[in-house]
Write a protein that binds this ligand. Sequence first.
Ligand code: FEO
Length: 395
Amino acid sequence: MSFKITDKVTWVGKIDWELRSFHGEELSTNKGSSYNSYLVRDEKTVLIDTVWAPFAEEFVEKLKKEIDLNEIDYIIAQHAEVDHSGALPLLLKEIPGTPVYCTNNGKKILKGQFHEDWNFVEVKTGDTLNIGESTLTFVEARMLHWPDNMMTYMSGENILFSNDAFGQHYASEKMYNDLVDQCELYQEAMKYYANILTPFSQLVTNKIKEVLSFNLPLNMIATAHGIIWRDNPAQIVEKYLEWADAYQENQITIVYDTMWNGTRKMAEAIAEGIRLVDGEVVVKLYNASHTDKNDVITELFKSKAMLFGSPTVNKGIINATGGLLEMISGIGFKNKKGASFGSYGWSGESTAIIQKKLEGSKIEIVQDGIKELWNPDKEAIERCIQFGKSFAEKL
Ligand code: FEO
C-alpha cells in the first residue's frame, strides 16, 4: 500500500501490525507501529526516511512500483536509528551515489551502523534544499531522541516531516489523526512521549519554541511512526508543550510486587487511606509483575505522586519493581512525590531500598516508608490506612 498525502507527497512506508516490542524489549508496542517513508515529487524527487531492516526488500520492491529508482535525486535520512534507516543499504545498492542528506551526527551513526561510505551531505538547522516549487528546510532536533535526529519542513505543501517527534506506535490503515479512535491515539501518543521523550523534555520545549518562532504555515505534521496529523496539527504541538512541562494530573499511582499478598493488602489499605482524605484524586494500583511496564510508566507520568512497594526478598526487592525503579531513574520525572512500603519476614530492607531509589530519581519523599511483618493483621492494615491518609494530607 502507498497513498498520496498531497499531490506532491506519497506515503511509501510500512505498517507493522505484528510489532509488540521495540528497542529490544525496552518498549511495548501493543498496537503495532508504522515506519513512515515519504516520496516527494517536485522538479526534483526526494525520499524522506525508509523503513526497518526486516522490511527493506518489501520496501524497495514497492518503491520500484511507485517510481524508477534512478529518478530519486536525493535521500533524506532524518534519523539513523534502524527503524528508519534500515532499508538504506539495499536501496543504495540499487542507486549508489545518490546524495544522503543527514546531520553530522547522522553521518557518524549511519557509518557506525552500516560501515558504508555513502555520498553523505551534512546539513544543519536552516540549511535548505530547493526542489522546484517547494523548498526543504532542515531543522536539527538533537537528542529528540538521538543525537542525530532532524526534521524537514516543506514549503508550499506546508508539511513538517517530524521523524520520531509527535509519533505514536500505532498501526492503522487510516493514516490520519481525524480518522482514528481519538482515545487510542491520545493514549499511544502519550505513552510514546512518557517512555521515550520525558528525559528530553527541556529540549522538547526549546525546540518547539524555536520552530514556532519561524512562524511557518503548517498543514500537516508527517511523523515517522503512526498517523499523520492533518486535522489541527498544532494540537499535538500544544500537547507536547504541556507534557514537557513537568506534566501531572490529579492521580496517585501505587506500584507493588507481592509474594503472598501481604504487600498487596498494604497497597490496598494505603489506597483506602488516600481516598478517605481526598475523594477527588484518582488512585490506581498496579502489580508490577503483572502489568506492562511501559503502561505503568505512562500512569506514573500522569501522576502527581507515586508509592512503590515490595516485600523483602534476599535483603532486596522483587525484580519487576526494581526494573521500574531503574526505568524511573533514567526517565527523570520532574515535580513528583512518593513514598515506599512493603511486607517482610525477618530482615526487612525493602522499604528503605525503595525509598533510596526514589530519592535517587529526584522523587520528593513525602514521609518515611512503612513496613509490616508477615501477613498484615487488622492493626497493621489500620496502620497502612493511616499511612495513606497522612501521605494524602502531606501532598
Ligand atoms: Fe523511530 Fe528513534 O527511531
